[in-house]
Design a protein around this ligand. Structure first.
Ligand SMILES: Nc1ncnc2c1ncn2[C@@H]1O[C@H](COP(=O)(O)OP(=O)(O)OP(=O)(O)O)[C@@H](O)[C@H]1O
Ligand SMILES: [Mg+2]
Length: 237
């Protein structure tokens, strides 16, 4: 079963078309990768899914319901959460305060406390630094906080935009390991948007390649990994 199905999606900024008849499926309880170079339209797709942008045309079905008819503010409680590009934390708020912002869709304080414990179980380091200001954290800690904040709403689908950007490989490995664990243990579905193809193929069972707003390849990660044209485009080898 697909948790998300996108069909013939067209998105424009004014007269400038960025996504062209995009079709994409995300199977439930899997990690699906969307890889693409700078400016390919990855963030535009994610912003359209969360409702920050409106599509020009096309459909999306999320968990059996038409997504684009749902007001953006209802999408978190319907199960959609985003870990945005550049983390987007509130620098002047503490880790704890940032995490609580992710729980706004959950009005029940006891439930929010339970989610917080869950986030700390996945990221013990966050528990230790919970009173520190987000602006003073390392990039890796900020990314943990951004993922934790998204988890606070107990999402069905986690949209992760360039998790690895600007982080040391050892930090990326730890985040990747935790993401795999979260997906396996909680059945949370992940759409992983990345420029790092090795990371994408390691984590995801299947993937899509986006090139200037069009899907140019898709399939199981094992098959995409073997494609010389993709390796050449992303790694120059
Ligand atoms: N607010 C905007 N107004 C006009 N054009 C935009 C806007 N945001 C993005 N674009 C353009 O849309 C295209 C796709 O941008 P997008 O940010 O979706 O790409 P991306 O794949 O996420 O790239 P990156 O890897 O750099 O994050 C680019 O050509 C970009 O210049
Ligand atoms: Mg982007």
């Amino acid at each position: 079963m697909n948790l998300l199905e996108v069909r013939k999606l067209v998105v424009k900024y004014g007269d400038s078309q960025v996504l062209w008849d995009l079709d994409l499926d995300v199977a439930a309880e899997t990690i699906t990768a969307l890889i693409g170079a700078n400016g390919a339209g990855k963030t535009t797709l994610l912003k359209t899914l969360t409702g920050l942008l409106s599509p020009t045309s096309g459909q999306a079905t999320f968990d059996g319901n038409p997504l684009f008819r749902m007001p953006a503010e209802q999408r978190p409680s319907a199960g959609l959460a985003m870990v945005p590009e550049g983390r987007r934390l509130f620098a002047g708020l503490t880790v704890l305060e940032n995490l609580h912002i992710g729980a706004y869709a959950r009005r029940d304080a006891a439930a929010a406390k339970q989610e917080l414990e869950r986030v700390f179980a996945y990221f013990p380091e966050l528990a230790e630094i919970r009173q520190r200001l987000a602006g003073n954290l390392s990039g890796g800690q900020q990314q943990m906080c951004a993922i934790g904040r998204a988890l606070m709403s107990r999402p069905k689908l986690l949209l992760v935009d360039e998790m690895s950007l600007g982080l040391a490989p050892v930090v990326v490995d730890r985040l990747a390991e935790t993401l795999l664990k979260i997906s396996a243990e909680e059945g949370i579905t992940v759409l992983l948007v990345e420029q790092d193809i090795e990371l994408s193929f390691d984590l995801a069972s299947s993937g899509y390649v986006l090139e200037t707003g069009r899907i140019v390849a898709s399939g199981p990660s094992s098959a995409l990994r073997e494609r010389a044209d993709i390796r050449e485009a992303f790694l120059g080898i």
